[in-house]
Design a protein around this ligand. Sequence first.
Ligand code: GLU
Length: 557
Amino acid sequence: MSEEIKQRIKNALLGGIQLQSRADIEAQYPQRQRSEGQQVTRLCPSPTGFVHIGTIFTGLICERVAHQSDGTYILRIEDTDKKREVEGAKELITEQLGSFGIPPDEGIQPDGSVNGKYGPYVQSERRDIYLTYACELLDNDRAYPCFATSEELEAAVEDQKARKQRPGYYGEWALWRNKSDKEVNDALDSGKPFVLRFKSSGSHEKRVTISDRIKGKVDLPQNDLDVPLIKMDGSLLPTYHLAHVVDDYLMRVTLVMRGEEWLPSTPLHADIAIALGIKPFKYAHTPVISILDSETNNKRKLSKRKDPEADVAFWLKQAYPIKAVKAYLLGLANSNFDDWFREDPSKDVNDFDFSLDKLKNSRSPLLDVKKLEDYSKDVIASISQGEFNKHALAWTELHDRELFDAMMVNPEFTSHVFSIERGGDKPRKDVAKWSDVPEQFGYFYDDIFEQRFKPLATEELSDFSSDVLSTSRANFLDTYDSSDDKDTWFEKMKASAEKSGFTLDRKELKANPEKYNGSIADYARIIRVSLTGKRNTPDLYQIMKIIGNDKVIARLN
Ligand code: GLU
């Protein structure tokens, strides 16, 4: 293509935008002062909706790899697709990374300020930089204008399908790749819109080996696609392919960590990089988190629509301890994390020796909420009573004002409630998240008990007649003395069970079920559920001690 035509294309593309030279741009992005091992990683989410748990997964890995090597972790907002952008999504990303304790070293901080000298860190603010590189590709005959209309492109794909050929803009299907200067000139004269396309150098028949930090050596076809470089939606923003190469080069990224859905595009990215005289990047493609489908029991990708767990807001709203979620995600990435962490869940997860190599074995890691809850219970059981009270009250104040007010009537009583069965070697592990507080502790407070727990008691005990229930409760109260020690209390419980028609002997119950109302366990359930509305609670003797004589009598009457 003649220089004259190239100039015409640039004029038509830029419409008066004045670009800096590549040298001037690169002077603003000097090599980083760093030692060989220090890694520069980046997390590059697009602000297209809620923050996916996979973004936190990759973000955590970026952060660990960077910080373990005394390096730098960058957050870059990839907002080149203006049609898909959702208002507020950018802020959500920065805030939620903050909530997870992984704000970037460079890029937008949770409070909206920006750190770092390799910005701007939002792609829409870097438009002219990309245009400089796109024009260089044109100058070097590695880009050309394509005037094909969307109808023509669609017709080509149909044709490819009919002939059972691979779809895409390549080879003989690259309609404008080999047009003459005259044809380009005429098209420019007619004022037709065009898109600037990359002129690929590969052949689909030949292979290229990509060395990925996580996947190892991957054999892929070379790139022969002439992809668009600049969007023609009026924004003049780059496509992902150009933006990735330019940004990771200028920001001096040493390891491109991104979701594995980008792995097949790696040869294309290497092709663009080499065309720009840029050494292809080192990559680490992270696996996609999957879930077991509750209906089919098959492993599948987390779905935005079906799985609330896909949204980071779910974990924050339920108030799982951040440390537990982080620990769980690290465990998905490195299978040896589990043993390390279980030894002592009070450890700082950042002390774990994270390894990218071990991620190799973690193919589509499975998100198991039950397992995460186990981590969470361990974490909560490992914190001090003071911390526990602080978190429990903070959540309740924000989300359950009625309960909070009840708790604050007598803070000493509430401290007592929170500490039930938490001390000792085997602390009780009922609380997996702070939103469990009302369910676990609400019944200690009279008004809350009446409204929320008592109605459940009726249902929980519906297998007994009202006569059996009232006799059982009355018999218990007949001998109950709040000053009894635990053994005496238990002996009395057994005696009142027998008096109420329940047996202490399981075998006997099995042999003559019609003779009894049930076992001692059934009797204890009547007392427990009548007092708390729940089948599962901490030790009943302790509960009675805490709620006190008057409440025990009132609730059993
Ligand atoms: N913005 C891309 C996405 O959200 C990320 C790709 C990358 O990390 O390079 O899929």
